[in-house]
Design a protein around this ligand. Sequence first.
Ligand SMILES: [Mn+2]
Length: 332
Amino acid sequence: MKIDWQPLVEIIQSHERFLLTSHQRADCDAVGSEMALALILETLGKQVAIVNSDAVPEHIAFMDPYGRVAVIGASAPLEAMRAFEVMIVVDTSAWGQLGGMAEVLRSFKGVKAVIDHHASEDDLGAIVFKDSTAEATGRLILQLAKELGVPITPEIAAPLFAAIATDTGWFRFPSVTADTFAALAKLTAAGASPAKTFAVLYEQHSLPRLHLRGRILEQVTPECDGRMMWTQVSAADFRETGAQKTDTEDVINMLLTVKGVEIAVLFVELEPTLTKVSLRSRSGFDVNQLAAQFGGGGHKAAAGISFPGAMADAQQAVLAALRNGLEQSPQN
Ligand SMILES: [Mn+2]
C-alpha cells in the first residue's frame, strides 16, 4: 500500500502554522510521530504546536524531553486553536480516541489531514494519508520526511525508532517486514540507539507496575480448550498495587506465550461503568471485526473496545461473542 504524499507535501509547502494531535492515552507511536513531524516541519521553517486531549503518560515522558505536548483546555486554551492553518492527526482515525481534541477537529476551519496506519476508520472530515499495512505511523512520518527532502537528525530519528519499536513489540509482530528493518537501519544510521531505546522503554518501570503484572498473570483463565486466554485488572488492583492505568500496556502479549492460544483478552476496569477491553489474535481470527461489534476497532491481530459498562458486563458480552466466533473458526 503506497501513499501518494504529494497532496500533503503541497499543503505543507503552502502553509505556515501547524497543529498536531493524536489519540488519548498516547503511546510511543503517537508521541514519537508528533515529535518527529514537529521537528520536520520546523526544519522547513514552519510554526508547530502539539496539543493532545491528555498529558503524555508518565512512563513515556522521555518521549517529550522538552515538554512540548500541550493539553487542550489546560496548557493550550481552546481559543488559541483558531490561529492554526493546518491540523494534522497522527496514529488514529477514530473520533472516539480524540477526547477533547475531537471538538477542536470538528470546528477547525483550516486544512485537516490524517496520517495513520489503523485499519478502522471514521470520517474525520480530513484528507487521509493511510497505509494499514504499515507497522507504525512512525514509519509513515519517515516516508514523509523523505518526500519533503528533510534530513533525519538524531532528534528526529530517536522518537521514530521508539515509535516503530513499540508498535511492533520490539520487531516481532507479523506487521514487521524488510521495510521495517530498512527504516530502522536508516534511523540508526541517523543517530537512533537501539540499546538506549530498549533501556528507556523496558528497563525503567516502577515496582507497582511489576506487581500489577503479577496480579494480571495470576488471573489468566483459559477457555475454548485453551484457544483463548483472558484476564482482568480491577480498580482495586490499581489501588492496592499503586500502579497507573497505563501500567497494563504490553502485558496482554504475555498471554500469547502459552502453547495453543489463539486469542488473548484483557479487561481493565477504568471506571465503574467504563471497561477497556484489549484483544490480540495470533491466528486468522479477526479481532478488529469482533471489536467493531462493540464500537471498537484496531487491526486484525490487535484491537480494543471502550465498553460503556461494568467490567462483569463487558466480560459477559465480549467473551460470549468470542466463544461464538471461535466455535465458527477452525482451530489452527
Ligand atoms: Mn500506531
